[in-house]
Design a protein around this ligand. Structure first.
Ligand code: ZN
Length: 464
């Protein structure tokens, strides 16, 4: 098994932690970092040393994926799963955690090493407590949850998303936000109450909003949409008509596999779901992830974003469209994050890295000086608005906005009289030369001018 340098380092750091005396260790690696490869390498070495080891997972997809990777790497794997009645007593064992949980009393296996896949999930605790002597390596992208500081004594942190992007192992993400706040929805057990969240989203304007945004910005690129619940997913899919299909927990295995295949093959561009494609779903062809829901769960947020992050020969960038204020709540997907092993200040967020929003909808890190998508230069605090110029415009009472010069329009925008989008529409009405002149003043690039000239949206003339 060939490890990438950062994967090798993670394995080494885990080993160092064991040497330092830690027995229960979290191995943190961002989604897409290839945790399966890392723990398969560890298990292969365990097999070579004849160390009995257990791999715990609670998702069928992850179970199959892990088994496949191990067998591909030449490891001989035994399993604990519902359909197999006999229980292995030695070797490298891959187990479905719920099945093992039911059979603990008659389990004659005592592994020296246990690897937990998706260790942020709290359901492994009972099984882990059955093997107090074992060294536990808990793999997760998001070590949060009350059980983490109770079960583990050390977090070995892997590379940040940005490092993996620089290495070309993860795509760059372009982040846009369409809904920045979800109002009037109560919180239950740390997450938005599902029925109330559905009520918030179940509005014609919001279904229409997602569809219109997609039709105007997606250029038919393969898209994955996450919704609140089954009903929301189905209605969202209906809104898209022939462009979309939906997968929910009601979808039969056959339908699901066919739908996934046809989406991959490009038969239809939009795949809608409500949470079943969050883990163990590998779809490198996806170019747009639409988060059509709000979540307070940082693990869920990062998992949804991560579905579009795998690079291919032709894809190095993907879009994340946030329809639920999630960037504001959790920061950008690619934000640097530290994972301390302690009870967090707030229960479900780790002090979200601050973001700033551009008039074009793009979400950027708070430190950004310029929008990397539309070229907009954020006003700097020390630059005072030119009041004199504004006054000059305002004094010409009765002047139509369509009659303003480009520099007057810039002033109207700078002074907050009109939103940038409105100014752009006015400029488009004036013609390409004026759009170019404006772009030059603002320092926008040629691509921005081209995009403007493709837009057809009109404006209503007003007095300034
Ligand atoms: Zn922008």
């Amino acid at each position: 098994m060939q490890l990438r340098p950062y994967q090798f380092k993670l394995e080494q750091d885990g080993r160092t932690a064991i040497t330092e005396g830690h027995r229960k260790i979290i191995m943190q690696l961002p989604t897409g970092g290839g945790k399966t490869v890392v723990f398969s390498s560890i298990l292969k070495k365990a097999e070579a040393k004849q160390t009995d080891a257990l791999l715990l997972t609670d998702r069928t997809e992850l179970f199959k994926q892990a088994k496949r990777t191990l067998e591909f790497g030449g490891v001989s794997v035994r399993t604990i799963e519902p359909s197999v009645k006999t229980m292995p007593t030695s070797g490298i064992v891959v187990a479905m955690a719920p099945t093992l949980g039911r059979r603990l009393a008659k389990c004659g296996f005592s592994p020296k090493l246990i690897i937990v896949d998706e260790a942020h999930i709290g359901t492994f605790t009972r099984v882990l407590e059955h093997f107090p002597e074992a060294v536990v390596l808990g793999f997760t992208a998001t070590p949060t949850g009350k059980h983490i500081p109770k079960l583990y004594t050390k977090i070995v942190q892997g590379p940040q998303v940005k490092e993996l992007q620089q290495l070309g192992n993860l795509c760059r993400a372009r982040s846009f936000q369409m809904i920045d706040e979800v109002k009037g929805v109560r919180t239950q057990l740390g997450e938005y109450a599902n029925s109330e969240l559905f009520t918030f989203y179940d509005k014609p304007t919001l279904y229409e909003g997602v569809r219109t945004t997609w039709l105007t910005r997606a250029s038919m690129r393969p898209t994955l949409i996450f919704c609140v619940n089954i009903e929301h997913a189905e209605r969202t899919s209906q809104e898209f008509g022939e462009f979309a299909r939906v997968i929910t927990s009601n979808t039969s295995k056959e339908d699901r596999e066919r739908t996934l295949r046809e989406h991959r093959e490009g038969t239809f561009p939009v795949l809608v779901n409500c949470g079943i494609l969050t883990t163990g779903f590998d779809a490198p062809y996806i170019e747009i992830v639409v988060i059509n829901r709000a979540t307070k769960s940082l693990p869920l947020f990062l998992q949804m974003c991560g579905r579009g992050s795998r690079p291919t020969d032709t894809k190095t960038t993907f879009d994340i469209w946030d329809f639920g204020g999630n960037f504001t709540r959790h920061g950008l997907w690619q934000a640097n994050r530290e994972w301390p092993l302690e009870k967090h200040r707030t229960k479900h967020t780790l002090g979200a890295p601050p973001v700033r929003k551009c008039t074009c909808g793009a979400m950027l890190e708070a430190s950004a000086k310029e929008c990397e998508y539309c070229g907009y230069v954020f006003p700097v605090a020390v630059a005072q608005p030119k009041f004199g110029v504004l006054q000059e415009v305002l004094e010409k009472q009765g002047k139509r906005v369509s009659q303003c010069s480009v520099s007057e329009l810039v002033e109207l925008e700078t002074n907050g009289r009109f939103k940038a989008h409105f100014i752009w529409r006015v400029l488009r009405g004036k013609g390409e030369a004026q759009v170019r002149e404006y772009a030059k003043i603002k320092g926008y690039k040629g691509g921005w001018v081209l995009r403007q000239m493709k837009e057809s949206k009109q404006y209503k003339d007003v007095n300034v």
